[in-house]
Every structure is written in structure tokens, then in C-alpha cells.
Design a protein around this ligand. Structure first.
Ligand code: 0L1
Ligand code: MG
Length: 262
């Protein structure tokens, strides 16, 4: 690690305050160009510690930048991983207050719920499918704390991978009943289709993103516990939203989930 504990705490406070006050900031690698991956995840861990200390609960995990469309959109080449707390959850069809966010975008995703622990290294698509209880449609609302979504990978990891809100719903499916590579999705904004895709856009198979998360956590001595909700990453580029927008994600055989920005 290149940063000391005081700097990590100060950067976590800076990024979390941006989230709590709906303010943006420049990317932290502008100030700390030598910070490494361990520093980036240590800042994310410190943000999690701050939220838990305030009484929030971690209720989900996420993989991000798992599709070529997202990687191209953001000019990066590696997945990243983050967490979601209870205050990020929006009920299916529910409202998300736009003024609580900076410049939100929505991503169509496949959400996994596990029934057995997943522990890397060596986790693969087969282990993920065996450990999955069900999959269902999920919309992630990302809201980078960095000005104009301009960041590099270490900065975005420190910022908990832009996690802000999410909604899941529709018809949960057992993985035996669906080919997650060919499953089609349509995301609509105010009734107009704005994004189309298929599961294979996420690392060839959305379960590969969950395996990558398990292997990432395994390298840190952690695991994905049974009963976890995990977002596997945007199938398409993220779509900007404004107050008044109504977003619906339809996933083949899994129904739909929706969120309204008010
Ligand atoms: O969930 C995601 O794919 C987002 C990862 C962070 C990058 C971004 O803000 O677009
Ligand atoms: Mg995402």
C-alpha cells in the first residue's frame, strides 16, 4: 500500500461526503497518482465501515464494468467490485428521489441470489450456477461522485464503483430454467426502448461476473456468503436519467422491474 491510514480515512470521508451532500469532486488519483489497488479497496472498505457505524446494513454486492459496452463507455478494461447498503434499495416500481443524487444513470442487470457460500480462488461459472438460488431482473442506479463521470479504475473502486441505488423484481427464475447467455433484455425510459442486449454481453455469461467477484474476495480472505444478492453488471451502456423519468427493465422469461425518478 502507498497511502497511510489517515489519508485513506480522509479520502473515504471526502467521497462519502460527496455522496451525502450531492456534490461532485475531481478524481482522487489526481492528488494521489501513486495509490495502488489495495489503497483503492481500503478506501472503499472505510466507506463501508462508516456506513455500518451509522447503522446501515450491507444487503448486496456488485460487479461493475463487466461488459464490453460499459468498458468502452468508460475507457477501461477490468471489472470492479463494490457493495450496496440497505438505504440503496428501492422497492420494485418505487420512487427514487432525484435530488438525493448527483447525475444518476441506470444500468440493466441480471441479479443473482445465492443459496450456498462461494469462495475463491478457483470459482467458475459451474460453481456459481450450483450455488445460485434464483436470478431476477435488476436495475442499478449509478451516481459517480466524480465530476462528469471522469475517473480511472482506482478512483472508481475507492468510490464504491459508483453504487447509489438499485431495484430488483419481476419473476425470479431458477438458473436451470434459463440460458443466461441468450436471455434478452429491453430497458425502456418513459415507454421508449433505450437499451437492448443479451446476458452474454457480461463477460460471456453473467455467472462469470459472480465468479470473478468470488475470486476477488478470495484473494482478500473473504467470500460471498449464502443468501447474498449480487448485481452482475450492466449488459449495455448506462443511460442518463432526469427527475420525472420512469425506467422499466424487461428480461426474457423473468418479467420486469421498474423505478421512477421524482
Ligand atoms: O456498475 C457499474 O458497472 C459501474 C461501475 C463504475 C463505473 C461507472 O460509474 O460507470
Ligand atoms: Mg452496475
Amino acid at each position: 500500500m502507498k497511502l497511510d491510514i489517515q489519508t485513506i480515512a480522509a479520502l473515504a470521508e471526502r467521497l462519502e461526503n460527496c455522496q451525502l451532500r450531492q456534490q461532485d469532486t475531481t478524481k482522487i488519483t489526481d492528488d494521489y497518482p501513486d495509490m495502488d489497488w489495495d489503497d483503492a479497496y481500503a478506501i472503499q472498505d472505510e466507506i463501508r465501515r462508516r456506513k455500518l457505524a451509522r447503522g446501515n446494513r450491507v444487503i448486496g454486492l456488485k460487479a461493475g464494468l463487466t461488459s464490453h459496452a460499459k468498458m468502452k463507455q468508460m475507457g477501461v478494461s477490468t471489472p470492479v467490485f463494490g457493495f450496496m447498503t440497505d438505504d440503496y434499495a428501492v422497492p420494485d416500481g418505487g420512487e427514487c428521489k432525484f435530488s438525493d443524487l448527483i447525475h444518476p444513470k441506470v444500468e440493466p442487470e441480471i441479479a443473482f441470489v445465492t443459496k450456498a457460500e462461494l469462495r475463491g480462488p478457483g470459482c467458475h461459472i459451474g460453481s456459481v450456477l450450483a450455488a445460485t438460488d434464483f436470478v431476477l431482473p435488476g436495475i442499478e442506479v449509478i451516481d459517480s461522485r466524480y465530476r462528469d463521470f471522469k475517473f480511472d479504475l482506482k478512483s472508481v473502486v475507492a468510490d464504491n464503483t459508483s453504487a447509489a441505488r438499485f431495484v430488483v423484481g419481476g419473476q425470479p427464475m431458477c438458473v436451470a430454467g434459463v440460458d443466461l447467455r441468450t436471455v434478452g433484455i429491453v430497458m425502456e425510459k418513459n415507454g421508449q426502448p433505450v437499451a437492448f442486449g443479451a446476458g452474454a454481453a457480461v463477460l460471456g455469461h453473467p455467472a462469470a461476473a459472480i465468479a470473478a467477484l468470488a475470486n476477488h474476495l478470495g484473494a482478500r480472505g473473504e467470500c460471498i456468503p449464502a443468501g447474498s444478492l449480487i448485481l452482475s453488471g450492466g449488459i449495455t451502456e448506462a443511460v442518463s436519467v432526469q427527475a420525472g423519468d420512469n425506467v422499466t427493465l424487461r428480461v426474457q422469461s423473468m418479467g420486469s422491474t421498474s423505478i421512477r425518478f421524482v
